[in-house]
Design a binder for this molecule. Structure first.
Ligand code: AMP
Length: 461
């Protein structure tokens, strides 16, 4: 099957040829003819399957009749609106749209939050047929009347499941209520949860269902490895793996912004070109980090799940789960960053003793056994060490609690050591404390000592 057989025009074929696409991916082969008929569509497609082109190419074909070189903004109303959950995904769709419209006088622009609205406003005022937006920033522009949506012919909800996860449902419903009733709606989602189905029932007309891979399945081109390791040695193991496997490009997933920042700092200290990317970083910094990663200047990108959505890095060879995600669906999304569009990839998960629950729910979701392995030199402390397996070097042993500074000692109560105590009568004579258990002494935390008890051993003085 070729793109030409799908009914796309020469201008579009030329642009995708320049992108190096030789044949349609399965989702493209299924979705493009359907979208061309003007029907509503619900598509379950994994990340990396080529879903952006699956909706963008037929949209361009349908909008081709409106393409015109006029300078008048009135000649370029918004005809296709693409909503994306994250800034990065919106940016990526925008980059693709620009590439695909290279030989058509159709304008595409992207608006998302976290950056100055003025340049976006100017572009919108000039007129644009294809608008890619995150819901919040789009509503800001609608509020400022810099954009009108009354000529929208096609609406795309990309990664709809993630938009709902991120709490955009009200924004989405609000935006949808502003669009013409007569339009085509295309919904892309990794899963079809109840709320997605409800959204489809409310806003779509008899949608055609397209599915290219089993829901929540993982890409067969991705080799999945799970290494058991103590949590305090994960960073050392990661550093070791980056070196040993000569990873030139790897995304490392952390659960929180804080742990992403800390890990990036530590990896830098270990001599790796690493940088963190997450929602607390300014948009400009995020895009800069991303382009440095794409160009190879940064080799290790430490990311949170939300920040990583929409990162399109072709042929990413490695993904590492530094911490297993609480939601098993996130595991599928994470490892979907590698092995994209048919390339092979390796996903490594570092699993500590307290992450067995997450490991089990991942196996259940993907219906696959992920046998935990060990790495020589990083034997987990909770497993008996075989002969010949060296103990961890002193610097990598379990962290001991830190000594308190003199100031901390002055300002905070002493640690709650269990102490033996002897009750003292009002005359200062020692008496036995009546205990329910019948014993004569009991361990009581120093903090809870009533003043009439004197501590034995003078520990508190
Ligand atoms: P997506 O799932 O839309 O994020 O696309 C994943 C990657 O596949 C992107 O880098 C696209 O440029 C690439 N891609 C999309 N369609 C094709 C195709 N037909 N042949 C080769 N690569 C493609």
């Amino acid at each position: 099957m070729t793109f030409a057989e799908l009914g796309l025009s020469p201008e579009i074929l030329r642009a995708i040829d320049e992108q190096g696409y030789s044949e349609p991916t399965p989702i493209q082969a299924k979705a493009i003819p359907l979208v061309l008929t003007g029907r509503d569509l619900m598509a379950a497609a994994q990340t990396g399957t080529g879903k952006t082109a699956a909706f963008m190419l037929p949209i361009l074909e349908r909008l081709k009749k409106f393409a015109n070189p006029s300078a008048s903004p009135a000649m370029h109303p918004v005809r296709a609106l693409i909503l994306s959950p994250t800034r990065e995904l919106a940016d990526q769709i925008g980059v693709n749209a620009k590439a695909y419209t290279r030989y058509l006088p159709l304008r595409a622009t992207t608006v998302f939050g976290g950056i100055n609205m003025d340049p976006q406003t100017q572009e919108l005022r000039r007129g644009v047929e294809i608008l890619i937006a995150t819901p919040g920033r789009l509503l800001d522009h609608i509020g400022m009347k810099t954009v009108s949506l009354n000529k929208v012919d096609v609406l795309v909800l990309d990664e709809a499941d993630r938009m709902l996860d991120m709490g955009f449902i009200q924004d989405i419903r609000k935006i949808m209520s502003m669009l013409p009733k007569q339009r085509q709606t295309l919904l892309f989602s990794a899963t079809f949860a109840t709320e997605i189905k409800r959204l489809a029932e409310d806003f779509m007309i008899d949608p055609q269902l397209v599915e290219v891979a089993r829901q929540n399945s993982t890409n067969e081109h991705v080799e999945q490895l799970v290494y058991q390791v103590d949590s305090y040695r994960k960073r050392h193991l990661l550093s070791h793996l980056i070196r040993e496997r000569e990873m030139s490009q790897v995304i490392v997933f952390c659960k929180t912004k804080l742990s992403a920042d800390q890990l990036a700092r530590e990896l830098k200290r270990d001599g790796h070109a690493a940088e963190a990317i997450h929602g607390d970083k300014a948009q400009g910094a995020r895009l800069e980090t991303l382009s440095a990663f794409k160009s190879g200047e940064i080799k290790v990108l430490v990311a949170t799940d939300v920040a990583a959505r929409g990162l399109d890095i072709s042929e990413l060879p490695y993904v590492v789960n530094f911490e297993l995600p609480n939601s098993p669906e996130d595991y599928v999304h994470r490892i979907g960053r590698t092995g994209r569009a048919g390339a092979s990839g390796i996903a490594i998960s570092l699993m500590s003793q307290d992450e067995t629950r997450q490991h089990e729910s991942i196996e259940k979701l993907i219906k696959k056994t992920l046998r935990p392995e060990t790495v020589s030199g990083f034997w987990p402390s909770w497993m008996e060490r075989p002969a010949g397996e060296a103990p961890p070097p002193a610097a990598e042993r379990a962290p001991r609690s830190r000594e308190r500074t003199p100031r901390e000692r002055r300002e905070t109560p002493a640690p709650q050591l269990p102490v033996a105590l002897t009750p003292v009568s009002s005359e200062g004579r020692k008496v036995l404390l009546p205990l329910p258990s019948g014993k004569t002494k009991r361990e009581v935390p120093a903090l809870f000592l009533p003043p009439r008890y004197k501590l034995e051993g003078n520990r508190q003085s």
